[in-house]
Design a protein around this ligand. Structure first.
Ligand code: ARG
Ligand code: ZN
Length: 872
């Protein structure tokens, strides 16, 4: 039941206009569609029957062509389609379906969240609302009429502009919305409920005034200011940086509690998971503020990269997602700090996307086949997809890239296109040949680069030899060489940037184009033996090796002009030490109680000139997840012990410095989520973390004080997490206090669920079970499920317990959710899919659980992930 990119054909029919009517009732909704259809002149089958997509949970009430009802022998319904055997060349198809949103636990199509109606149609949710040609290359002009009880649903929204409002004979409200831009059905949205609204305006650069409206449940209205500001910043930024103006008179955003993903870019009516929209200083951490700003921007930017220009088919998903992630990353970087943003994005990519690319679900950024498209909203499509766009930016330069994006939007406005079309626009506007580069879209796996250098004192030349390989991935045994941009600088042993001449150009920084399996790059005019600063700004999503000495890494860490590589040098040092500790633990050897990091960290802590955000980032040790990705065979307990040990070594060696840094960064000003304050809090809290891990018990007083008296969630939550992670005696009491304080704030309760479930404790599974039957838990709410199971997954002693009970528990939840919410069930499989990389005593237990799940009657979503994990 897999679908292949190579089988793509144009649709046999098109839908010029789509007229929808929704009659909202408590028990069901009657959906009437009038589709103005015609045969597609480009289709090779001139007599094709009309096959509409549609799920079997809909009840078909009636179907007619040009107002003549069809008789039972003129059509056929299967569990996923409605086939009409003979259709004229041009006609109006009328269809009436009855759906039951309150029983829709899958959260796709039309469903209820709290008391409201809402929709999620991407990728293939619209077919659960009515029969349709539910594919992105069928674009239509939508007019939507909603009929409902004014008391219950004072707010009734759909895409575009409100064009009519009135009453039915029985007193119901009728509202009609019209969206003048043609769009695929996945961008359709409907919301109805008793909602509060905040209004604002944005004046576009051409002088049009756009109404902005954010809708929430009444008790959340005071939490939308930040998102509103972020929206206005995004609108301005897209005008300034991409020349893209908003195109309707109104832009609406709605927050809903039950949502499978982060948010959705429906035309003119974005719908958000409330966790990605609502914010207040007391309830929201700095990280969450930044995430909200990024997601608001992401969904807004889709208006051009996704909506005005959309995807031809779902294999092209990265066309809109990779490009839009690149746009939101650049936006955040412009709003805050470029280096900090880059470090965070790369850290995430190297931890999670590299792991995906090395596992059984590895797939190219443009996949060749899938069973269930929902499984391909992946880190590879999003994050690696963004890296591809970033590399194009690096290869073309800012100006040519902008020309390319202008050409792309101009050429394809109103069309459904492919990744090849995107690259073609970039090539045509710049004259740069990207033909080999395009392999990045079709080849899965993380490339590995090996660098070696040779310096000649007599010639003052440096030769840099680079080899590239990409490991095999499922279905792709051998790989071709990629076109890889390598941004590079040279640092002298005394810490200065060296000039060099490469291919006729003299500069401190060069972009090398690696295209073959092996290449030698020669730099002349290099005054002294340099330390190469490789892949500055992480100019390509690859792994690389260069045999740096510890001294060289310390030099890069303190002197590289590239902020990203300063951080990366520190990471490499930390990874080396952790790897040797892991080795010592596995072999039962005594653990090193010294660390080269101490010296480097000390000078960071004492230097008050440095950006506190950078210092905080460098002080953070590589995560359990990143170290797992780097290991050949994962022993989670050994990795955890190594991290705990190194943390203690550093904490004890620098306890005075950490306590001083903590004290120096305690703020008394009113909380604001701005870059300067965020940086100071980050540094303060990582200092507190080490200080608490040291043997200085006075740290606990500061910890308590911060937990009890902070006026903002960032500091309170930091104190609580530190207490839980360090396993301080009062951690349980603090968790209980925290719950009592915040039990009425659902989003804060989610944070409590995560932390409670993540506690390291061999009997922790009991705790997890209690959480899942706690009154604050709700299995129908994806945020709560992810909070508990995500928290549990972080606890090595609970999730990776040697008796397999953690794996069994997760498998039980997957089986429970399999049919109820397939998208969610499939996502929470991820930790088990990595079974092959674990040491066999654990990996075998994970595999057993996958096999147990496989025996169930599986949804397509779970089936695909489980089968690929067992076979891949
Ligand atoms: N297009 C959305 C975004 O990236 C993601 C929605 C995907 N939803 C889903 N259920 N697969 O902003
Ligand atoms: Zn997106």
């Amino acid at each position: 039941s897999a679908i292949y990119l190579k089988d793509y054909t144009v649709p046999d029919f098109l839908i010029d206009k789509t007229e929808l009517t929704f009659e909202l009732e408590e028990a069901n909704v009657l959906v009437t569609s009038r589709l103005h259809m015609r045969r597609n002149a480009l289709s090779s089958d001139k007599v094709a029957s009309l096959v509409l997509d549609g799920g079997d949970e809909m009840k078909l009430i009636g179907v007619a062509i040009d107002n003549v009802s069809l008789s039972a022998d003129e059509y056929q319904i299967t569990n996923q389609s409605l086939e009409i055997f003979s259709a004229p060349n041009e006609f109006v198809l009328t269809c009436e379906t009855l759906v039951e949103p309150q029983n829709n636990t899958r959260l796709e199509g039309l469903y209820r969240s709290s008391s409201m109606f809402c929709t999620q149609c991407e990728a293939e949710g619209f077919r659960h609302i009515t029969y349709y040609l539910d594919r992105p290359d069928v674009m239509s002009v939508f007019t939507t009429t909603i009929i409902g009880d004014e008391e219950k649903y004072p707010v009734m929204l759909s895409n575009g502009n409100e064009v009519e409002r009135g009453k039915t004979e029985d007193g119901k409200t009728v509202v009609t919305w019209h969206d003048p831009f043609k769009k695929p059905a996945y961008l359709f949205a409907l919301v109805a409920g008793n909602l509060a609204v905040q209004d604002d305006v944005f004046k576009t650069k051409s002088g049009r005034v756009v109404t902005l409206r954010i809708f929430t449940e009444h008790h959340n209205l005071e939490k939308v200011d930040y998102a509103m500001g972020a929206l206005k910043r995004s609108m301005k930024w897209d005008e300034d940086v991409y020349g893209r103006e908003y195109d309707l008179d109104i832009f609406m955003v709605v927050a809903v509690d039950d949502f499978n993903m982060g948010a959705m870019e429906n035309k003119g009516l974005n719908i958000f998971n409330s966790s990605c929209l609502l914010a207040s200083p007391e309830t929201t951490t700095d990280d969450a503020y930044l995430r909200i700003e990024a997601i608001v921007a992401h969904e807004y930017f889709h208006n051009w990269s996704g909506n005005r220009v959309t995807c031809r088919d779902w294999f092209q998903l990265s066309l809109k997602e990779g490009f839009t992630v690149f746009r939101d990353q650049t936006f955040s970087s412009d709003m805050h700090s470029e280096t900090v943003k880059r470090v965070e994005d790369v850290s995430f990519l190297r931890t999670a996307q590299f792991a995906e690319d090395a596992g059984p679900m590895a797939h190219p950024v443009r996949p060749e086949s899938f069973i269930e498209i929902s499984n391909f909203y992946t880190l590879t499509v999003y994050e690696k997809g963004s890296e591809i766009v970033r590399m194009i930016y690096t290869l073309l330069g800012e100006q040519a890239f902008r020309k390319g994006s202008d050409l792309y939007f101009d050429r394809h406005d109103g069309q459904a296109v492919t990744c090849d079309d995107f690259v073609a626009a970039m090539e045509d506007a710049s004259g740069v040949d990207l033909s080999q580069f395009k392999r990045w879209y079709s080849q899965a796996g993380t490339p590995e680069l090996l660098f070696e250098s040779k310096y000649s004192v007599t010639d003052k030349t440096l030769k840099l030899v680079v080899k590239q390989t990409t490991p095999p991935t499922p279905g792709q045994e051998s790989k071709l060489p990629l076109h890889i941009p390598i941004k590079l600088g040279l640092i002298s042993k005394d810490g200065n940037e060296l000039e060099s001449t490469y291919s006729g150009e003299t500069a401190q920084e060069h972009v090398l184009h690696l295209k073959s399996e092996e290449a030698t790059f020669e730099f002349s005019g290099v005054d002294s033996e340099p330390v190469p600063s490789i892949l500055r700004g992480f100019s390509a999503p690859v792994k690389y090796e260069y045999a740096y000495s510890t001294e060289e890494l310390l030099l890069l860490m303190s002197s590289d002009s590239d902020g990203f590589n300063r951080w990366n040098a520190a990471q490499q040092l930390a990874v080396r030490e952790l790897k040797s500790l892991i080795h010592q633990i596995k072999n039962g050897e005594p653990l090193a109680d010294q660390s080269d990091l101490v010296k480097g960290f000390k000078s960071l802590l004492l230097n008050e000139e440095l950006d506190p955000a950078m210092v905080a980032l460098i002080l953070e040790l590589p995560s359990q997840a990143y170290l797992s990705e780097l290991e050949k065979e994962i022993d989670p307990h050994a990795i955890h012990s190594a991290l705990t040990h190194l943390t203690k070594v550093i904490a004890n060696a620098l306890k005075e410095e950490f306590s001083a840094t903590y004290m120096n960064n305690v703020e008394s000003t009113v909380y604001e989520p701005n870059a300067i304050q965020i940086a100071k809090r980050a540094l303060k809290n990582i200092a507190l973390h080490y200080w608490v891990e040291s043997d200085d018990v006075t740290a606990l007083e500061s910890l308590n004080e911060q937990f009890s008296n902070s006026d903002n969630m960032t500091d309170q939550y930091a104190a609580l997490s530190i207490a839980v992670e360090a396993g301080v005696e009062k951690a349980d009491v603090m968790l209980a206090t925290f719950y009592d304080q915040w039990l009425h704030e659902s989003l804060v309760v989610n944070k409590w669920l995560t932390l409670s479930a993540s506690q390291e404790n061999v009997d922790g599974l009991k705790r997890v079970e209690e959480l899942m039957s706690h009154p604050a838990f709700d299995i129908k709410n994806p945020n709560k499920v992810r909070a508990v199971l995500g928290g549990m997954g972080r606890s090595v002693q609970v999730f990776h317990k040697e008796d397999g009970s953690g794996y069994r528990y997760l498998a039980d939840q997957i089986i429970y959710l399999n049919k109820r919410n397939p998208q969610l069930a499939s996502r929470i499989c991820t930790p088990l899919t990595r079974w092959k990389k674990y040491k066999s005593s654990l990996g075998d237990l994970m595999k057993l659980e996958l096999e147990r799940i496989q025996k169930e009657d599986l949804s397509k979503d779970v089936y695909e992930v489980i089968t690929k994990s067992l076979n891949g």
